[in-house]
Write a protein of this length. Structure first.
Ligand SMILES: NC(=O)c1ccc[n+]([C@@H]2O[C@H](COP(=O)([O-])OP(=O)(O)OC[C@H]3O[C@@H](n4cnc5c(N)ncnc54)[C@H](OP(=O)(O)O)[C@@H]3O)[C@@H](O)[C@H]2O)c1
Length: 242
């Protein structure tokens, strides 16, 4: 059994993955932006044994503050970097900076980053970006291309870590909208399976859709783009990912 942190577990795919992992007997740390949000949405999971960590992922100090919270609870084997937003100035802080900083600061052997089929429409450009999120300077697709490249970069830098990116499909969550055509249950299955790590097929680093490896946008595998992304994130956070 594994110890697994799921970010953005208050609703949607994060809640689904956390619930599934808890039912399988894993130790689950659920992350929510605040204790109030957790009380509203995670009461049931916490009654069933999930531990809570809180922090606004758009706030660098709050992301840093998650690390001692997780450590006090005994650390984790795996992290599902699930929290995300589809629009607004928080796109870069929440979708890219927070996963980077948590990965740099929090040891874990298995990492799962939520990508999207929409990463294929992203621009592999880092010019003029406001990483702090005072202004919206990147699209959702841009951010998902970056986080897919981040997953591949971590796999390269940390050969002892299984670092995966997942396209969950277009599913009917708050973000996906009620009319989304794909299966909600299948939407979190791959993340939970990769994080649990009980199937030897998960002992790898790749880009996935519904438990099958797919080829991501070529820029995600471009080491020059990965290195430029890591440099920009290090400059913004003051923390190097090693
Ligand atoms: N749904 C889809 O069709 C789809 C397709 C491709 C990829 N994805 C990806 O899958 C992941 C989950 O998506 P979803 O559909 O489940 O979205 P969702 O229903 O909107 O849930 C997003 C989660 O992220 C949390 N979150 C957002 N901003 C946060 C912040 N600043 N601090 C802390 N937590 C924050 C939300 O917390 P609050 O409830 O407090 O806001 C919520 O728990 C995202 O990364 C998304 O990009 C989704």
């Amino acid at each position: 059994m594994s110890r697994i942190l799921v970010t953005g577990a208050s609703t949607g795919l994060g809640l689904g993955a956390a619930r599934e992992l808890l039912e399988q007997g894993h130790t689950v740390l659920v992350h929510s932006r605040s204790a109030e949000r957790a009380e509203e949405h995670l009461h049931d999971l916490m009654q069933r044994g999930a531990a809570l960590v809180t922090g606004d992922l758009a706030d660098l100090d709050a992301v840093r503050g998650l690390v001692p919270q997780v450590e006090r609870l005994g650390g984790v084997d795996a992290v599902i970097h699930n929290a995300g937003v589809i629009s607004g100035p928080s796109i870069l802080p929440v979708n890219v900076v927070a996963p980077y900083l948590l990965t740099a600061l929090l040891p874990a052997r298995r990492l799962v980053f939520l990508s999207s089929g929409m990463h294929r429409g992203g621009r592999a450009s880092l010019t003029g970006l406001d990483w702090a999120g005072a202004r919206a300077t990147a699209s959702y697709s841009d951010s998902k291309l970056m986080v897919t490249a981040l997953a591949a970069a971590v796999a390269r830098i940390r050969p002892d870590v299984f670092s995966n990116a997942v396209d969950p499909g277009w599913v009917p969550t708050r973000m996906g909208g009620a009319g989304a055509p794909d299966d909600l249950e299948l939407g979190h299955r791959t993340q939970a399976w990769l994080a649990a790590g009980e199937d030897p097929a998960t002992n790898t680093s790749a880009y996935w859709f519904h438990q099958r490896q797919r080829e991501p946008h070529p820029s995600a595998r471009d080491e020059a783009f990965q290195d430029a992304l890591l440099d920009a994130l290090e400059a913004h956070t003051g923390v190097r990912l090693t």
